[in-house]
Ligand binder design. Sequence first.
Ligand SMILES: Cc1cc2nc3c(=O)[nH]c(=O)nc-3n(C[C@H](O)[C@H](O)[C@H](O)COP(=O)(O)OP(=O)(O)OC[C@H]3O[C@@H](n4cnc5c(N)ncnc54)[C@H](O)[C@@H]3O)c2cc1C
Length: 419
Amino acid sequence: MPKPTANPSSHSSQGKPDTPAAGRASANSSTGRLGTVGIVGAGLMGRLLALRLSEQGWRVTLFDRDHADGHQSCGHTGAGMLSPVAELESSEPMIGQLGFESLNLWESLLGRLSQPVFFQREGTLAVAHHLDAPELSHFARMLQGKLADPTLQPWVKPMQTGDAIRWRLAPEELSALEPQLGERFRTGIFLPEEGQIDNRQLMPALAQALKEQGIPWHSNTPVLSIAPHEIEDAQQSHHFDWVLDCRGLGANSDWTQVRGVRGEIIRVHAPEVQLNRPIRLMHPRHPLYVVPRENQHYLIGATSLESEDFRPMTVQSAMELLSAAFTVHPGFAESTLQEMAVNCRPALPDNLPRIEINSGLIRVNGLYRHGFLISPKLAELVCGLIATGSLNETDAAYESLITQTETDKTEEPTYAVAH
Ligand SMILES: Cc1cc2nc3c(=O)[nH]c(=O)nc-3n(C[C@H](O)[C@H](O)[C@H](O)COP(=O)(O)OP(=O)(O)OC[C@H]3O[C@@H](n4cnc5c(N)ncnc54)[C@H](O)[C@@H]3O)c2cc1C
């Protein structure tokens, strides 16, 4: 027996839109609002998109199998580093480009939230113990090579003056940045443009903003299937002008290329440790980062394992992370364990994000280890595609991240770069 259909849009539930672009923005003359959008997945990407689209006048509905606290999402587990330069060590220049653009977008977005979210741009410090100095040199060479990419020059040029990257800090410079590390490390690399955000404050703050926007949120609602214009849960089918699939790893039943990359991370309270910014320890076998939060709380992370294993943290990972943290600062010996968290980052084969567009359905996935770094810009790209069916000329560099699905290839393209 067919399930009942909830239909908040003007299309019939069976009816196809007239053209591939029929889901695009069309003002509803009676409400002055744009059309309807159903978003599946209220993790990081889903919350950001819900907020941006609602701010622009779309009538948004959210679905998630989790409670609204979002504790199952990768967004709840992540470290919230915003590292467009340091992440270039193992990623494409495109990640840096998305990251630099997103840093500015975060500042304006957070300013619109009613709940405060810890966010700072005090840079990142990379260090290595004396015997591991070659690791630090290797890191510098990798970054310098990637920063030479022409696409990054709009951000790299200003960094050559003013707050320039310091590839080899003098001991007194390192001590000035991090007084408690001055005796343990003789040099380091300082990346002044980088930032961090407290995801444990961000996720509830976004939830509050969505509540203030009056967005219906179907929590504890596993979605069974997604199709253009249609979302089906155990009770009924819901019809929308656009459906957005933001399920992260949960999307791999439909998008089989999406894989999970297990990450384990430890939260401690360390009253004896005073670090001002994320510290990356370069090490041949156990690289790690230590990310300060407010009130002497720290994140120590993270493992990166090609596995979709959600079981609790292994003793080996805990020992490796904690011992490496102890070599960064002996004050971690007296810290108290607050949490050992595990989640799997949603990744695509090339570890780049993708926006897959069909008429009435957009899938956003592959945020991998860069969700916080890149999601504000990805949200802008998706909003633009929905509103106008095209990428702004200034966003043409991101065209390779957008794919059109098989079913649409016979039809007129649903998007183009505006020239
Ligand atoms: C240990 C660790 C450290 C990290 N550190 C950083 C960092 O420092 N900086 C950075 O930028 N990124 C970091 N990340 C990566 C970042 O957390 C992810 O890229 C990001 O959270 C992915 O966002 P998403 O919205 O795609 O997925 P998620 O945040 O996982 O959200 C997906 C949502 O979809 C829901 N869902 C799934 N299936 C269904 C279904 N069938 N029905 C209904 N709902 C469904 C889930 O419940 C979930 O709420 C880290 C990740 C980990 C694990």
